[in-house]
Design a protein around this ligand. Sequence first.
Ligand code: CTP
Ligand code: MG
Length: 227
Amino acid sequence: ERTAIIVVAAGSGTRLGAGVPKALAKVAGESILAHALRVAVDPELASRVVVVTPPGDGRLDASIEAARREGVEVLAVEGGQTRQESVAAGLAQIGQARRVLVHDAARALTSKAQYQRVQSALSNGAVAAVPGLAVVDTLKQVDRQERVTSTPDRSRLRAVQTPQGFDAALLRRAHAAAGDSGATDDAALMERNGSIVQVVEGEEQALKITHPADIAWAERWLQEQAV
Ligand code: CTP
Ligand code: MG
């Protein structure tokens, strides 16, 4: 089935504070975007990759050019102020794809196997599939005064990652219905629209690089793989 991957890389990386858009920050000498595209641009995963870039900023172009590979169309499109807007901009460029995987560039070390677990769930009939890990901390729901209102059963909670895979038509519909909802992931929009979202196994290495310490963690992880 025809698949497109949207790699959202339009964020500014405020919490990382690298002085450049987060996708350009270096991990072991290569940009976060280059790491992400090394896996995503693979004819076995998708025939098109849409990279969503910071508005009015051509600095990601070199990483995008370098990632080009035979058998995959690689496009770039400008993103928006929120992740949701950036995904919507990407969705407008996926063409005839029936299936779409939305991936955070910031999850730079995500494996091909993770993409494949998501794809398998879709092939087995899911309309939405997201990788997730069991949570280690007990989580509390609080009110505006930081008073605990409930303690959800930890065994039933998952910390979700990307790529998140969807039936393209349903994701388009979910985005069109979403308005300015500020959702932090696309699965939430699908849930709101009544679709069942399947969780598949996630992985440590798909950590979202967010704070400076995460770069150090990623570099250590790469080094461990090399020996
Ligand atoms: N993203 C995007 N467009 C936005 C905001 C975020 O494409 N307007 C992307 C980021 O590039 C990233 C992913 O969504 O790959 C997850 O976002 P996050 O980790 O929050 O990245 P930033 O928004 O760049 O970081 P920060 O929130 O610290 O500024
Ligand atoms: Mg952000």
